[in-house]
Ligand binder design. Structure first.
Ligand SMILES: O=C(O)c1ccc[n+]([C@@H]2O[C@H](COP(=O)([O-])O)[C@@H](O)[C@H]2O)c1
Ligand SMILES: Cc1cc2nc[nH]c2cc1C
Length: 366
């Protein structure tokens, strides 16, 4: 199985230009909807059409997996919670179920590496790679065969979703202790020191924070040896869920499908995905800024400005789904507002150029 991704196309430049130009014709002072304008332009460019169409099938995939490092006291919760939460997602009781319903998205949960037996295996284990992972502070997370299987799973999941009509994707995560491998990956790729990335995760106390800092320090020592190779990095200090998520994010870009990123774990996967498939990040917006300190490093590394900053630290895709109504709104504003000429409204003299890139990369000014 190849871990090579094809060249990533950029979002459509012509639709991008048409969207910037269309914004100037709509009945508002140029640039007055600020970053909502940029978001609408991004949707149009990703869809390759201006005006953009409303999203038909926004879809959240929750990647569930356990992590061997949980045994070393780095989380506020025991590992069995991962499997219990998988059952909760399936019965619709988790935060992501409620928030996705509000935002008009549907949720699919997949067990990539949960340690316990699934309550409804036929619904969640089609892409299962293994149970849990090696404790990344001392041994490799995955074997060679397992990393290939996890990457193949992530790509297949993205293909299945796009083939079934998904036109906006979110990668959510569920895994007790997964903030430890995520923080190691981020530190390795951002060149950060361990203490800069140790967060409180599910809400750990100071003693657990110190154990987690040691685990991250030891894992980072192992990660630095392989940080130039994204597949080796995922194999050494990631896990089946994080590896599949990285491949899913890269494959979404291959399939020209926009993604709203979530928090720390989706951010760690995104950093690796950009290494696997350079240019993939053009297809992503950051839904929010997580409370976790390492997440800010992700946003800086990928040059992404989050839509929201609500002090969330849940995962599951919740921060991405919280931003979805604004992304939908931005697309509909661009598609549905009247133009000055339609509405018979007199245009002003001064037309500032609208900002051009949702993530500020092209430095539009207002
Ligand atoms: O997404 C985030 O930014 C985030 C921040 C803190 C915790 N989480 C979630 O909490 C779990 C991991 O926390 P921990 O303390 O067990 O490493 C896992 O299920 C994540 O989805 C998620
Ligand atoms: C209950 C619970 C729900 C979660 N959702 C994502 N991470 C989580 C961690 C816990 C502990």
């Amino acid at each position: 199985m190849s871990t090579e991704f094809p060249h990533i196309p950029t979002p459509d430049a012509q639709a991008h230009r048409a969207a910037v130009a269309r914004h100037l014709t709509l009945t508002k002072p140029a640039g007055s909807l600020g970053r909502l304008e940029e978001l609408g332009v991004w949707v149009a460019a990703c869809q390759g059409q201006c005006p953009p169409r409303p999203f038909a099938r926004p879809r959240v995939i929750v990647f569930a997996g356990d992590h061997g490092v949980a045994a070393h006291g780095v989380s506020a919760f025991p590992a069995e919670v991962t499997g219990q939460m998988v059952a909760n997602f399936l019965t619709g009781g988790a935060a992501i179920n409620v928030m996705a319903a509000v935002a008009g998205a549907t949720v699919r949960v997949l067990d990539l590496g949960v340690d316990t037996d699934a309550e409804f295996p036929e619904q969640v284990t089609a892409h299962k790679v293994r149970r849990s992972s090696g404790s990344v502070d001392r041994v490799d997370a995955l074997t060679d065969d397992e990393i290939y299987a996890a990457i193949a799973a992530g790509r297949a999941i993205a293909d299945e979703e796009v083939d079934a009509g998904a036109d906006l994707l979110v990668a959510g995560d569920m895994g007790i202790a997964n903030t430890t491998p995520a923080s190691i990956i981020i530190a390795a790729l951002a060149g950060a020191e361990p203490v800069a990335v140790v967060g409180r995760g599910t809400g750990i106390d100071d003693e657990a924070w110190m154990r987690k800092a040691v685990a991250i320090r030891d894992g980072l020592r192992r990660a630095r040896r392989v940080s130039a190779n994204p597949v080796a990095l995922l194999r050494t200090v990631g896990g089946a869920d994080i590896a599949a998520m990285a491949a899913f994010l890269a494959q979404a870009a291959v399939r020209k499908t926009p993604v709203i990123l979530d928090g720390l774990v989706s951010g760690a996967a995104a950093l690796v995905a950009e290494e696997l498939a350079p240019g993939a990040s053009e297809w992503w917006v950051a839904g929010h800024r997580s409370v976790e300190p390492a997440h800010t490093l992700v946003l800086e590394q990928l040059n992404l400005t989050p839509v929201l900053d609500l002090e969330l630290r849940l995962g599951e895709g919740t921060g991405a789904v919280a931003a979805l109504p604004l992304v939908t709104m931005a697309a509909r504003v661009l598609a549905e507002m009247a133009t000055f000429s339609d509405a018979g409204v007199t245009e002003g003299d001064i037309r500032l150029p609208a900002a051009v890139d949702v993530n500020g990369r092209n430095g539009g000014w207002r």
